[in-house]
Design a protein around this ligand. Sequence first.
Ligand code: MRU
Length: 338
Amino acid sequence: MQTLLARSLKYTNNELSVLDQYLLPHQEHWHVCTSVKQMQSLILSLKVRGAPLIGLAATLLVAHLAEQGDSKECLAKAIDDLEATRPTAVNLMYCMAKMRIALVQEDYVSALVGMAEQLFNEDVALCEAMATLGADLVNPGDNILTHCNTGALATAGIGTALGAIYKAHQQQKHIHVWVDETRPLLQGGRLTAYELAQWEIPYTLICDNMAASLMRARQVNKIFVGADRIAANGDFANKVGTYNLAVLAKYHQIPFYVVAPETTLDRTCPHGEAIPIEQRDSQEVIGVSGSFGACQWAPSKAKVYNPAFDVTPANLVTGWVLNSGVYSQQDVLAGIFK
Ligand code: MRU
């Protein structure tokens, strides 16, 4: 396979490495990944995370195992097992479906390798296209609120929602970003703050429950979020807490945009209620852990509700920024995603 380099994923000298996103921002530790079990554990523990990235990491592993001589049967099982790791982000299913097509080719090793390279490079281009379209929606001096992490760490390119923010900054629009901390796993506080600092984009970190008062005080002009799956009617799943923001945005009449590649669109999924939502371990809510250490505040046996994602209905969305264009409610009602 050719050398492939992204911010948190790389393939060099026949080795697949992933950046441990659980240890960021205090430690930059790379794992060399050699097996399906290891990749499943990296994805499940959110060391490898973000909708496009989990699909691409799984893809590169399958291509790598093919090059290492794994049998067709083993590769088919690898694809099935990797696909089952996390249920919500459809990018993983999209990538695994493409790899299944490659696997039935006569020269399946070069087909899998070629497909993996294509999917990786495609994601870089999709990010660029979304970012350009998203940045066009940004006015000079905007205060943009974002949730979770949708930057270069989560993709092979410059990101989805955060990629658009980055592009607007490059265009010298003098923006400022409100970063939702994003409980329970703090992707905003740990990863988005880290990326914005590296890109030298002015930002302010807030706890998730501070967004409402900021909106009321007219301190937020726009909201940009990513997506893990967009249904055919425009409903979409994203990191839990996104729906709160959409409701607040509607009440305060703040434009609310979802930025995602077409690989996040699931035309077979009719509406948001059909999107499977991953439920996660109670440990993530009774305390926190990471490179900063570990701390628990709730009773160990506290009953916990911990969905990783929520669904935002289409009627709360101002625009869907895909790589192919910016779509309105009218476009979506007319069936553009079907
Ligand atoms: O659980 P995570 O960290 O994988 O969730 C990620 C998100 O919800 C992102 O907003 C989404 O994947 C879109 S970004 C590229």
